[in-house]
Design a protein around this ligand. Structure first.
Ligand SMILES: [Zn+2]
Length: 462
């Protein structure tokens, strides 16, 4: 007789839409409730009705990224009323991200209705700001590193995952009669090379492990990321150009700001005006600075100049008018803006203006998915389309992967190796198929642990 059952409702053989169902003592729980992102055929999965929405007792959230949290407002819209357990920092970041996501959904629907662009008349948003606010009212932050009783026979512990601020492993202890099991859900696993936040902790024990596999088949470069960045900044300082850095608002932006400041303080670059043109990233940076316990550096005070998350000549632009003015300003200067994969946002305006000129540099610091404009630029396309206009690419395109927030194949294997009492079985999710398969092979041959690459909707007795 099995004790419980888990089912992979999302992030199976793909890297977005994280959602796992746990059934125990006739109650249902969700671990993460993420949105699908990327090409249209993947995003369309977001429109399917949520499974068991009104039957779910509680959600356990690993971290704030939208591919793990972004369907919570939809779950609420479809009847969920239980608590959403997560770390305090995750709750603070979700307040920014879920409201922003809801605004985007409403804007998309409005745009589709104005342009009659949708097959649905009228087009409805996936969810609204009201839904997001209702979801936020259900958040229940928990302290880290403490076992908390959630319901009969089920207790929960959050441990630092070192991926973004607040990210945690969710450990669940199930007890029924004389049997017990310990399950661990990794969410996204970080790596120990991040500057801004502390790295992932090692696990003492787990019986079963659900492990992400985004970089299951890849090693990230171990060179000093400051070297590439310093070279770019010194180049635009000389040429009077603009360095545009597209960056995810939560995580990568803070790493970049920290590095720029560090290079200035070490005298490796001149003090060049730096603009953060992403209201969401500015808000997220404030949340980072409010959670000093998770930061990897010591802060002397709260004043702007003492924060290592801004350079000496730093400004953040709030209004879209200020953002447009920035597009007209002469270099040398650095512009950090979202979206990280050029899927939308203010960074597109900057690229439209800066890409045609050879003195400018575009620096990619995060993963560029297939079929995104970011991937086209990385591949060296001479022209790309932005806002229905063809734009010539004469600026220099530079890519670095040293700043990834994910564990790579080496980190993943090492992290499992460090678990004192190793899991009997590992379920691999959150990875494209080749990455998950490569990791499965390594876990079997190097550590002797059976791993299973999960299929969409596949379920397991545990
Ligand atoms: Zn993540």
């Amino acid at each position: 007789m099995s004790l419980a059952r888990i089912q992979f409702l999302g992030a199976a053989k793909t890297v977005t839409g994280s959602q796992t169902l746990l059934e125990f003592r006739e109650k249902k729980y969700l671990i993460d409730c993420g949105m699908y992102q990327g090409p249209k055929r993947i995003r369309e999965l977001n429109w399917a009705p949520m499974k068991y929405a009104s039957e779910i007792e509680a959600v356990f959230l690993t971290h704030a990224h939208v591919d793990h949290s972004g369907l919570l407002p939809k779950l609420v819209r479809e009847g969920f009323r239980g608590p959403i357990y997560c770390s305090t920092a995750t709750k603070d970041l979700c307040e920014i991200m879920l409201l922003d996501s809801a605004h985007l959904q409403e804007e998309d629907a409005r745009y589709a209705n104005e342009t009659k662009h949708s097959k649905h008349r009228p087009a409805h948003p996936l969810y609204t700001v009201d839904d997001a606010e209702q979801a936020l009212s259900l958040f229940h932050p928990l302290p880290m590193d403490q076992w908390i009783d959630i319901s009969e026979g089920l207790s929960l512990q959050l441990l630092r995952a070192g991926h973004i601020l607040g990210s945690s492993f969710v450990q669940i202890r199930l007890e029924k009669e004389d049997r017990s099991k310990l399950l661990t859900f990794s969410g996204d696993l970080g790596n120990p090379r991040q500057n801004v936040i502390k790295g992932p902790v090692s696990l003492l024990e787990t019986d079963e492990l659900v492990l992400e596999s985004t970089y299951g088949d890849r090693m990230q470069s171990r060179t000093d990321p400051g070297g590439v960045l310093a070279k770019c900044i010194n180049e635009i300082h000389k040429s009077g150009g603009v360095l545009v850095i597209p960056a995810f608002a939560v995580g990568r932006t803070q790493e970049i700001l920290f590095l720029i400041r560090q290079l200035e303080d070490q005298g490796k670059i001149p003090e060049v005006p730096t603009y953060l043109d992403s209201p969401m990233a500015s808000k997220a940076t404030k949340v980072y600075l409010n959670h000093k316990e998770e930061l990897n550096f010591y802060m002397n005070g709260d004043s702007k100049i003492e924060s290592p998350l801004c350079s000496h000549r730093f400004e953040s632009t709030e209004s879209s008018d200020d953002s447009m003015l920035l597009c007209m300003r002469d270099g040398p200067m650095i512009v950090v803006s979202a979206a990280g994969m050029l899927t939308g946002g203010r960074v597109l305006h900057h690229l439209k203006v800066r890409l045609p000129h050879p003195e400018n540099i575009v620096l990619f610091v995060g993963y560029q998915a297939e079929e995104t404009k970011g991937r086209l630029l990385e591949k060296g396309f001479p022209k790309i389309r932005i806002h229905h206009k063809e734009v010539e690419v004469n600026a220099k395109i530079v890519t670095m992967d040293e700043l990834s927030a994910h564990a790579d194949t080496e980190d993943l294997v090492q992290w499992v190796k460090n678990i004192e009492k190793k899991p009997k079985r590992i379920f691999l999710n959150h990875g494209e198929e080749p990455a998950a398969n490569a990791l499965k092979y390594r876990l079997k041959h190097e550590l002797g642990i059976e791993a299973h690459v999960v299929e969409p909707n596949e379920s397991f007795e545990i």
